[in-house]
Write a protein that binds this ligand. Structure first.
Ligand code: ADP
Ligand code: MG
Length: 885
């Protein structure tokens, strides 16, 4: 157990997989954790300090699938393997086999295909320097991407939302910062920052200075060094191929999307954490895993600068216009392998023959795609031309690889037969020797059968003993009793082993041949390994160029996918401007549209949206289910798609660059996070009011819903004023507070819009059309009628409604709009206490009521109205039980 304790001490935050023969065993708390996580039996063995030792194990032959399950649950696993054979240990006269931790597998440092999600990057995020602003570094072991940034703590949430890191490693001060640590994923690794961070990085890249990589803040260097040291730790000292770290200003050039906005727009994940009803799923027409990852990355961080966005649009427009080139490109991409990840495994010396095969195929396709682009009839725009240039790798590389590798590759390196014939003379000669020996053995079998007079003699190969002649028991006994005479000495039988129903013999000729074949086999295998090592070195020397080519393929895949999508769905190229405008003609919601098409129901109804100067704010009203949320989000999604460099689902779109996009849905609960609905709403609203600029776009869906009517209305009102007067950004505000429409007269840039609804053959028909003006209010009563509420009740309800509306007009928010001081920053007067009837009525949301609730509400209102007619005794307002005068 001493070895186990040593391994555990070196890797306290990992489960130790301790190799014992055909099993990896786990002990103590590790065993308890793993048994629970894997649902396997926990047993006990021996004693430690008087208590039985908990233990469980997984078979070596199936360990990858167990490992995958642990990694997916966020565990780290230290693989403590036998590093010598039992024979070697015996020769050393050691009592135990030597074991060492050969690798630590963690969620962000896996490279195996079976453990990686092909469609998503697995970022490792390193954080250092909690005090003086955070230094962040994030890298992806399997593709080599590496970036750093310095950011204020408030921006960590946005970075986490953008990267969704698989794992975090942090400096001790960050780990001790509960507020930060709480937000990081999984089981955080806390590590000391290497003493000389700059040197750690310089050494990793073999450079004398980091100036060539960009300018780094101290905390960025610390984070980058932390990330490198952690990767090295998990790979038992080896470093994968990594691009040089690129310092980024966390937000520069990128559209800021905070976590709440991503959640509400369902960009990469839907509200329930799934991936199906998302923007990504609706627009993904990529054909390769790397292309899929690139598309996800672009949607997760759209750009905020006109030029690079236009470059992407140019590439999409080119491929949309030039259909033959697009088709040629996509035909080639269809079979394209994941070169970046194959290269990553090669760098870590943890590759399989199929990784070499992937690079062979990838290099071949790269050349073909570069050719297709060169043959294009239309002028190739810069983004595509750059990609084509990156694809033109040294042809000698592809040529050598295709000459070197066998047509069909075996599953494992140990299987041999990876290097093709005629690539290496020495390997060919050794193989001939080995195979020639085999032929000689076949010939010898005939000779021995004749010499020994046993027709059923078979020469077989045994792992332990090599080639032996095997005879059935009866002829073997006769041979032993009465050895054949007059045969060559080298053919004289020598007994080796007696088994239940066969006996094994050899002879000097056979032993000779056996040795020759074995030697040639060993030497051929060694020679093959050295050929493979040569290929590996050759590929790694060209590693940066291959990584660029892989990235170029991914980008072309995304551009061609966007063009395909545009061709399929009639999407248009958005015009990106620097003016604060937003003008979309006949826009659609890509996810809802796709869902409607799948359901073969009614078609999606396109809608315009114009938030140009002079009409920057839009207040949208309409009953439930009329399409408010859909319209709101589709316009926010236009910004995401356009600035990610894709086309948009509209007939026309002119979009002034957005620096920050905010989207909020009222009434969302964060019970798990321990905050009330209203608290969540207000915290999220505060983030907008503090973060939005004149170049931002804000969509607010029923904000203020999470609290009492007057509170909610007051807050919604104040937020609208702030957006209009102070922030002056583009915004759409959907609300059920009809009272807010009273603001239209006061805020010159506010436009009213309403979802059109009509009645047809006694049914409410949602037209899903956005029209000018405010919604009619009577749909709640309408819906009640459709639901079968008795006629008398409805008539009465209509009377009550009319009376209430008249009163509301007299003393309600319309009047309030006149009364309130013009400056929004001034604290609004506390709203006048309403009569119980008013309060009850204002609290009602007719659209949210079930028919039964509507009926009950009516009775309640009627009772209140009757009471209100009785003389009032007292005007005292009661607050928390105490009378206030
Ligand atoms: P609201 O927010 O007003 O309650 P939603 O936006 O949630 O309404 O829309 C309700 C449903 O109406 C959607 O799930 C969708 O099926 C349908 N819908 C919304 N907008 C459209 C549209 N433009 N065309 C067709 N169907 C739509
Ligand atoms: Mg809605």
């Amino acid at each position: 157990m001493a070895q186990w304790f040593a391994a555990k001490a070196a890797h306290p935050d990992a489960l130790v997989f301790f190799r014992m023969g055909d099993f990896f065993e786990l002990f103590f708390a590790d065993a308890e954790d793993a048994a629970g996580a894997l649902d396997i039996a926990l047993t006990y063995r021996g004693e430690h300090r008087g208590a039985p030792i908990p233990m469980c194990g997984v078979p070596v032959h199936a360990w990858e699938s167990y490992l995958a399950r642990l990694i997916r649950q966020g565990f780290r696993v230290a693989i403590c393997d036998q590093t010598e054979t039992p024979e070697e240990a015996k020769r050393r006269k050691a009592s135990t086999i030597r074991r060492e931790v050969v690798r630590v597998v963690t969620p962000a440092t896996v490279t195996e295909e079976g453990l990686l999600d092909a469609s998503r990057p697995a970022w490792l995020l390193a954080l250092a320097g909690a005090e003086e602003g955070l230094g962040a570094a994030w890298l992806e072991v399997s593709t080599g991407a590496f970036a750093t940034a310095r950011l204020p703590r408030e921006e960590l949430g946005a970075l986490l939302a953008r990267l969704e890191p698989a794992e975090a490693v942090v400096a001790p001060d960050v780990a001790e910062d509960a507020e930060l640590a709480r937000r990081l994923p999984g089981r955080i690794a806390a590590r000391l920052v290497p003493r000389d961070a700059g040197r750690t990085i310089r050494e990793a890249y073999g450079v004398a200075t980091l100036d060539g990589f960009g300018r780094f803040a101290e905390t960025e260097l610390a984070a980058a060094a932390l990330a490198l040291a952690y990767v090295k730790e998990t790979q038992a000292g080896a470093l994968p191929r990594l691009d040089p770290p690129r310092p980024q200003t966390a937000s520069a050039g990128v559209l800021a999307l905070d976590a709440a906005t991503r959640r509400s727009l369902e960009i990469l994940r839907d509200q329930r954490g799934g991936t199906e009803a998302t923007l990504l799923a609706a627009v993904d027409r990529t054909l390769t895993a790397a292309g899929g990852r690139e598309l996800a990355a672009r949607l997760a961080s759209p750009l905020a600068e006109a030029e690079p966005i236009a470059a992407r649009h140019d590439a999409v427009a080119f491929l949309l216009g030039d259909e033959p080139t697009r088709e040629a490109l996509r035909a080639a991409l269809k079979g394209a392998p994941d070169m970046a990840r194959a290269l990553g495994r090669l760098a870590l010396d943890r590759f399989a023959p199929r990784d070499l095969g992937a690079l062979r195929l990838g290099l071949d396709l790269a050349a073909r795609i570069a050719g297709a682009l060169a043959a294009a009839a239309m002028p190739v725009p810069p983004a595509a031309a750059e990609a084509a240039a990156a694809l033109r790798l040294d042809p000698a590389l592809a040529a050598e690889l295709s000459r070197a590798l066998s047509e069909r590759l075996p599953a494992r390196l140990e299987d041999g037969g990876i290097i093709a014939a005629a690539y290496d003379g020495e390997l060919d000669a050794l193989r001939r020797l080995r195979d020639g020996g085999r032929e000689a053995i076949a010939a010898l079998q005939l000779d021995l059968a004749q010499a020994w007079g046993v027709a059923s003699l078979k020469i077989r190969h045994h792992q332990q003993f090599g080639f032996l002649a095997e005879l059935p028991a009866a002829p073997a006994e006769k041979l032993l009793r009465d050895p054949p005479k007059g045969i060559a000495a080298e053919h004289a039988p020598i007994h080796r082993q007696t088994m239940a129903n066969a006996v094994r013999f050899t002879c000097t000729a056979l032993a000779d041949l056996d040795r020759k074949v074995a030697e040639a086999g060993v030497r051929a295998a060694a020679r093959e390994r050295s050929c493979i090592a040569h290929l590996r070195r050759m590929l790694l020397d060209a590693g940066d160029a291959i990584a660029r080519a892989a990235q170029a393929l991914a980008e072309l895949d995304v551009h061609a996918a966007a063009a395909t999508l545009a061709a399929e769905g009639g999407w248009c190229r958005p015009e990106i401007t620097e003016r604060p405008e937003f003008c979309v003609g006949a826009g659609r919601h890509p996810v809802v549209e796709a869902a409607l098409r799948r359901a073969r129901g009614p078609a999606f109804v396109p809608n315009d949206c114009d938030l140009s100067p002079g009409r920057r704010l839009c207040l949208l009203t309409g009953p439930n289910m009329a399409g408010k949320s859909t319209w709101l989000r589709q316009n926010a999604l236009m910004v995401v798609l356009a600035q990610a460099g894709l086309f948009v689902p509209a007939a026309s779109a002119r979009i002034g660059l957005v620096d920050r996009l905010f989207s909020r849905v009222g009434g969302g609960d964060d019970i798990a996070g321990g905050r009330s609905t209203f608290m969540v709403e207000m915290a999220e609203t505060a983030a907008i009011l503090n973060g939005a600029t004149q170049r931002s776009m804000v969509v607010l869906d029923e904000v203020g819903r999470g609290t009492a009517t007057w509170d909610g209305l007051a807050i919604a009102w104040a937020v609208l004023e702030a957006l209009h007067d102070r922030i002056r950004c583009r915004a759409i505000f959907a609300t059920h507070f009809h009272e807010l429409t009273a603001l239209a007269g006061r805020l010159p840039e506010l436009r009213l819009a309403a979802m059109k609804v009509r009645e047809w053959r006694g049914e409410v028909v949602f037209q899903h059309l956005v029209g000018e003006g405010a919604a009619e209010r009577s749909w709640g009563v309408h819906v009640a009628r459709l639901a079968g509420v008795p006629r008398q009740v409805l008539t009465r309800a209509a009377q009550v409604l009319a009376a209430l509306e008249a009163r509301a007009r007299a003393g309600g928010p319309d009047a309030l709009a006149e009364e309130l001081p013009l400056f929004a920053q001034a604290p609004p007067r506390p709203s006048a206490p309403a009569s119980p009837l008013h309060a009850a009525l204002a609290e009602l949301d007719p659209d949210a009521l079930s028919p039964r609730e509507a009926q009950e509400a009516l009775y309640r209102l009627k009772a209140l109205a009757t009471n209100a007619c009785a003389p009032q005794h007292d005007d005292t307002v009661v607050t928390a039980g105490k009378p206030v005068s």
